[in-house]
Design a binder for this molecule. Structure first.
Ligand code: HEM
Length: 128
């Protein structure tokens, strides 16, 4: 119907569970990204990204109940994110989005956001 959120239109929680799980499988197998995660267990990081994306797209507000205001750029300052890290991140997100295979207009809208957000998280000049 007209009032369906983007969150509902893409299939709700089950879609975000699948998307972010697949994304973190990619991270787990990527030496560049894997080394950036301070914790041995990627499960809690997977949950934070899943809850954030669910909230961003109009789902439950659990992320902010648990973590407060997202302030994502600030939360990424402890990590050195250059073009290489950004592009690895986007590579695994594209792979995960191919897995959930959204209808083209929804895919385009989500992907545009992912590209914009990943570019905004860069906080280090490219290594020479
Ligand atoms: C946290 C890496 C982009 C959303 C993290 C963490 C790392 C990381 C190492 C810490 C793990 C944790 O404690 O959760 C990166 C890299 C990126 C990137 C290398 C490349 C550009 C993004 C983007 C988004 C995002 C584009 C959103 C669309 C999050 C969220 C958290 C997080 C929600 C958890 C924040 C919290 O509540 O503490 N990221 N990230 N990240 N990232 Fe990213």
């Amino acid at each position: 119907d007209d009032h369906m959120s983007f969150y509902e239109a893409v299939g709700g929680e089950a879609t975000f569970v699948r998307l972010v799980h697949r994304f973190y499988e990619g991270v787990a197998g990527d030496p560049v990204l894997r080394a950036m995660y301070p914790e041995e267990d990627l499960g809690p990081a997977e949950e934070r990204l899943r809850l954030f994306l669910m909230q961003y797209w109009g789902g439950p507000r659990t992320y902010s109940e648990q973590r407060g205001h997202p302030r994502l750029r600030m939360r990424h300052f402890p990590f050195t994110i250059g073009a290489r890290e950004r592009d690895r991140w986007l590579h695994h997100m594209r792979d995960a989005m191919d897995d959930i295979a959204l209808p083209a207009p929804l895919d385009r809208q989500m992907w545009e956001y992912m590209v914009m957000a990943a570019h905004s998280m860069v906080n280090a000049p490219e290594a020479s």
